[in-house]
Design a binder for this molecule. Structure first.
Ligand code: HEC
Length: 266
């Protein structure tokens, strides 16, 4: 009998060791250890001396009593083991899902923020293009004067940088770039490159050239000057302020590495 108890212990410990090495949850390790012990008890009972034969009501009572004892032991023993509660499990699953949901919601929020940033950049780019195309004073007025501007913010006449903005705007609006190359852009047709015009003409002279293209002639452009290629419509298309702004803006171009032809007073 002690031999059998020893075997049962060895088997039980072996089962638990194997289960442990396979990372079986500890509840199941305990359960299997108990099964091993129950097996050992059954094994040992095989050696128990036979009971005396019973008859009649006594035998019926013995069978019923035996089952009551077995069932009570089973239920009592089982209730000592950890119980499976569906509510518990649902809670655990919910907690896991909550984390995942939160993570995916944060992911969505980040994606939205990234999209908003991209849109904002597109809007800024469009605003710049609108300004460049001369979409009107409204856009210029909307943008705040840059820091360091001496004039108080919102001054109606605007600071120096506003004059520059209007000047560049007029360059684009009047399509001077159709004939004149500037900053390496435009000028597919006929006119001289203007990047050094500020070294050759004063602002007043540039303005005069815009008002009356015949007033000056670019050296080497005799034919074009005679034909009147540079239109003299600009004085009708710009108000004096805009013209001054354009001339002032152009007067800033003093890139001596560009060969702007010398203007000759006619
Ligand atoms: C249809 C073509 C054309 C357009 C548009 C045009 N120009 Fe001209 N421009 C010329 C030509 C050709 C010359 C050279 C002949 C001359 O001096 O008239 C010239 C000369 C000039 C010169 C003198 C350059 C030099 O080196 O002496 C200036 C300054 C100038 N243009 C400014 C402008 C401005 C500012 C505009 C826009 C408001 C403009 N031009 C629009 C064709 C054009």
């Amino acid at each position: 009998m002690f031999k059998k108890l020893g075997i049962a212990l060895v088997v039980g410990v072996a089962v638990v060791a194997v289960a442990h090495s396979q990372e079986v949850p500890s509840d199941f390790q305990l359960l299997w250890a108990i099964f091993a012990m129950i097996g050992a008890v059954v094994f040992m009972m095989l050696d128990a001396p036979p009971l005396n034969a019973m008859h009649g009501g006594k035998s019926l009572f013995a069978v019923v009593a035996f089952w009551i004892v077995v069932i009570t032991v089973c239920i009592a023993g089982a209730s000592l083991l950890p119980q499976f509660d569906p509510e518990d499990e649902r809670e655990k699953i919910n907690k896991l899902l909550e984390k995942q949901r939160a993570a995916s919601q944060q992911g969505k929020a980040e994606e939205l923020i990234a999209r908003a940033k991209a849109l904002d950049e597109q809007v800024k780019a469009l605003e710049e293009r609108l300004q460049a195309l001369g979409a009107g004073q409204a856009v210029v007025a909307m943008s705040a004067p840059p820091p360091g501007d001496a004039k108080p913010a919102g001054a109606a006449s605007g600071g120096a940088s506003d004059v520059m903005k209007v000047g560049e705007e007029q360059w684009q609006l009047q399509e001077c770039y159709n004939c004149h190359k500037l900053r390496g852009e435009g000028g597919k047709k006929r006119g001289p490159e203007l990047d050094n015009i500020g070294s050759l003409l004063t602002v007043e002279e540039i303005q005069e050239k815009i008002v009356n293209p015949k007033s000056f002639m670019a050296e080497g452009y005799e034919k074009e000057w005679q034909k009147g290629v540079m239109p003299d419509k600009f004085k009708d298309l710009m108000d004096p302020k805009e013209m001054l702004a354009l001339a002032t803006w152009l007067g800033n171009f003093k890139n001596t590495s560009v060969n702007t032809p010398k203007p000759i007073k006619k």
